[in-house]
Design a protein around this ligand. Structure first.
Ligand code: SG5
Ligand code: ZN
Length: 263
């Protein structure tokens, strides 16, 4: 059983380094973005998304694995305008709980957002698959989108409407393809860029992070649906454990810089 991913309990994230030494190492994520560590870089161009508009005849598998909900993406999806070509692998979310809607991993000037989407890609120019790439310094690129409360978001509902079918660990459902770029904010030109890590064990320092500056909006009802949708346990478990607060705390950021594409 996956004790390591219970974020709070005595076995929570403070204990990760005992079993996973990288979690206590360098280049850890997430971090807080605050002005002392930000540096404008005029070379940071808007990213280009190739194959993100997936036809509805293609289907994505959405799965509850007991610590998050993940949707496998199509290997025909890739990003240009990074140092290498990166191919999409999966997306997943991090969130809080119904009483305290502060579930993002990255923070801005100490402020949490309601939740956070991660779209994980691997360096397909150098590595054959995500397993080979995930522990390499130049192996992964993750896009992160911060969430705040606003009007109902029909694009996110294309995923959220399936949550009722993946309430319990190991449940899966198929989601018809759609334009994944709809999940990104309208402003793709303004973002934070830094070198960091996976935010879960084994915390490999292998991620080139792009965190979009502008959050997307989902409704209060959609956020509540996310916060109350799932369990870490299987459907027949006599002690159901709610899947909440699956975000890691911000990490120290000594002697590093975050590059920003905006002034
Ligand atoms: C989540 O975050 C993902 C992991 C991901 C880590 O825990 O898990 C889920 O969404 C499970 C449903 O994804 C996997 O387990 C698939 C291999 O780990 C990776 O993406 C490893 C390559 C950490 O990712 S993150 O740093 O973007 N948060
Ligand atoms: Zn993540």
């Amino acid at each position: 059983t996956d004790h390591v991913l219970h974020y709070l309990s005595p076995d929570g994230e403070k204990a990760w380094p005992k079993k996973y030494p990288f979690c206590g190492g360098v280049f850890q994520s997430p971090i807080d973005f605050h002005k002392d560590i930000l540096q404008y870089d005029s070379n940071l161009l808007p990213l280009e998304f190739i194959g993100y508009n997936v036809p509805s005849t293609d289907q994505f598998t959405l799965i509850n694995n007991g610590h998050s909900v993940k949707m496998y993406l199509s290997p025909t999806m890739s990003i240009r305008n990074l140092p290498f070509e990166y191919t999409a692998s999966q997306l997943h979310l991090h969130w809080g709980n119904r009483n305290k809607s502060e579930g993002s991993e990255h923070t801005v000037s100490g402020k949490h957002f309601a939740a956070e989407l991660h779209i994980v890609h691997y360096n397909s120019e150098k590595y054959p698959d995500i397993t080979a790439a995930m522990d390499k310094a130049d192996g992964l690129a993750v896009l992160a989108v911060l969430f705040e409360i606003g009007p109902f978001n029909p694009s996110y509902e294309k995923i959220f409407r399936h949550f009722r079918n993946v309430k319990y660990k190991d449940q899966k459902v198929l989601v018809p393809g759609f334009d994944i770029q709809e999940l990104l904010p309208d402003r793709l030109d303004e973002y934070y860029r830094y070198e960091g890590s996976l935010t879960t064990p084994p915390c490999y320092p292998s991620v080139l992070w792009t965190v979009f500056r502008h959050p997307v909006k989902i409704s209060q009802e959609q956020l509540l649906a996310l916060e109350t949708a799932m369990y870490c346990t299987e459907s027949d478990d006599p002690e159901p454990l709610e899947m909440v607060d699956n975000f890691r705390n911000v990490q120290e950021f000594h002697e590093r810089l975050v590059f920003i594409s905006f002034r």
